[in-house]
Design a protein around this ligand. Structure first.
Ligand code: RIB
Length: 293
């Protein structure tokens, strides 16, 4: 079975829920507070491991209590952690999340995630074989993303870049990566134009996620929109990560692109029904009643 390797960030999320977001210079009272494992990389690895097998994580934590919690949470979710090493000179990454009005706002402090350098990932990438799947996001240094995408294209590995949070992505990365999975906002920033034009320019590569409306791509002849699912929303944090983790599993199972997006949409729709980035991420058993290939 092909390996899925996630190269990315791991954090502890510090989550506050409140009836509104504070304005500049304003103090308000919140309703609730909790801490929970997060980080886009770790979330995608956990999403993939709940739905598939042979999921590996490459990333870094601080040599601190948060680092221990992040590491143990990956193990508990059956993510293979040989590529996770602690650093001593920095704390673990944290994300500071406000939940309000059915959406989130997030400030990420990458800390140890900045130590996911090209040299660090190289030794772990060397363990992969042709056809294995590599999943990346943008909470680690951009030179690492550049390096990994180039490495994948030179070694026959399938690469997926979820360009979140948005920052400029080089033309070389766009050209060499196999799949790009921005949401609508990230796609607007990246391609500065009409969604349909961008999709047509990158057929079978650019997949734009549209929340409960599903996901769209261009098949070389026409735009295809694979429908999503409407659910009662508890917390949207991690929905995009669930989509990406599930999409990697669908590629591992060698689904067609339409099937892969339907599978990823279904998994992502479940994720919004639980609290915390990983709280609603489904297992295969959770979705089996709704999933037919
Ligand atoms: O995508 C959701 C994640 O973004 C959160 O878990 C938080 O860690 C931020 O990185």
């Amino acid at each position: 079975m092909k390996k899925i390797t996630v190269i990315g960030s791991m954090s502890i999320d510090l989550v506050v829920s409140a009836s509104k977001r504070p304005g500049k210079g304003e103090t308000i009272l919140g309703d609730d507070f909790f801490t929970t494992p997060g980080g886009k990389g770790a979330n995608q690895a956990v999403a993939a491991a709940r739905l598939g097998d042979n999921v590996h994580m490459i990333g870094r934590v601080g040599d601190d209590d948060f680092g221990k919690e992040i590491y143990e949470n990956l193990q508990k979710n059956h993510v293979i952690v040989d590529g996770v090493e602690p650093v001593t000179q920095m704390p673990s990454g944290t994300a500071h999340i406000t939940l309000s009005e059915q959406d989130n706002s997030i400030i990420v402090v990458p800390s140890a995630n900045n130590e996911v350098t090209p040299d660090y990932v190289k030794k772990h990438l060397e363990a992969l074989s042709e056809g294995d799947i590599v999943l990346l996001q943008q909470e680690i240094p951009s030179e690492t993303v550049e390096f990994a995408v180039k490495y994948c294209s030179e070694h026959g590995l399938i690469s997926i870049l979820n360009p979140a949070p948005y920052r400029e992505v080089s033309n070389t990365v766009i050209e060499k990566v196999d799949y790009l999975t921005p949401n609508e906002t990230e796609s607007d920033e990246m391609f500065k134009g009409e969604l349909d034009e961008a999709l047509a320019a990158y057929p079978m590569k650019l997949i734009v996620t549209l929340g409960d409306k599903g996901a769209a791509y261009h098949n070389g002849k026409e735009k295809v929109q694979v429908p999503g699912y409407k659910r009662e929303v508890k917390d949207t944090t991690g929905a995009g990560d669930t989509f990406n983790g599930a999409f990697a599993v669908a590629l591992q199972k060698e689904y067609s692109l339409d099937q892969a997006l339907a599978f990823a949409n279904l998994a992502a729709s479940h994720s919004v029904t639980g609290l915390g980035a990983q709280g609603g991420m489904p297992t295969l058993q959770d979705i089996e009643g709704e999933w037919h290939v």
